[in-house]
Design a protein around this ligand. Structure first.
Ligand code: FE
Length: 162
């Protein structure tokens, strides 16, 4: 194989990997499926939801309605309704926030580097509408080792949406 062909095959391989891999940390703005003004979001959401989803707030630990929720179901974005997490990936982290080992669909959740409050963390956002969900940490259980630490206020159960 010539050098050029080798290079082309490397590019193709990396494109294939990036399409099929887990969510990666992105610094670029992604076009959204749902784009609303702050005023429109305020009309749709409760003040508490607006603060968390649209202003990257955090609900107090152990305050959310899904911390101890153990039934089956899909957790969707409370802002736009996109399916985000399955109850099968939920685990008791003891943190006081609903915790998941992985998103239901990797591309549904977008990860950003978050340097607020003097820390470097990984922020999790709804890819469809850009709303803040929570943060991701590397101290989760096997097999992923990930802990998606998500605000209850950012979630709604699929069965409750209709
Ligand atoms: Fe959303």
């Amino acid at each position: 194989m010539t050098k050029d062909l080798l290079k082309a095959s490397e590019v193709l391989t990396s494109m294939f990997r990036s399409r099929n891999s887990k969510p990666t940390t992105a610094e670029v703005e992604t076009p959204r499926d749902v784009e609303l003004s702050d005023d429109e979001w305020r009309r749709r959401l409760s003040p508490e939801q607006f603060r968390v989803l649209r202003q990257a707030g955090t609900e107090p630990a152990f305050s959310g309605e899904y911390v101890d929720y153990h039934d089956d179901g899909f957790f969707c974005c409370a802002a736009c309704g996109a399916r985000l997490f399955s109850s099968g990936a939920k685990f008791d982290s003891g943190s006081g926030w609903p915790s998941f080992t992985e998103p239901a669909i990797a591309s549904a959740v977008e990860l950003h580097r978050d340097r607020s409050f003097g820390m470097v963390r990984t922020e999790a956002l709804c890819r469809a509408c850009g709303s803040h969900l929570g943060h991701v940490f590397d101290d989760g259980p096997r097999p992923t080792g990930q802990r998606y630490c998500i605000n209850s206020l950012s979630l709604t159960l699929e069965s409750e949406q209709q």
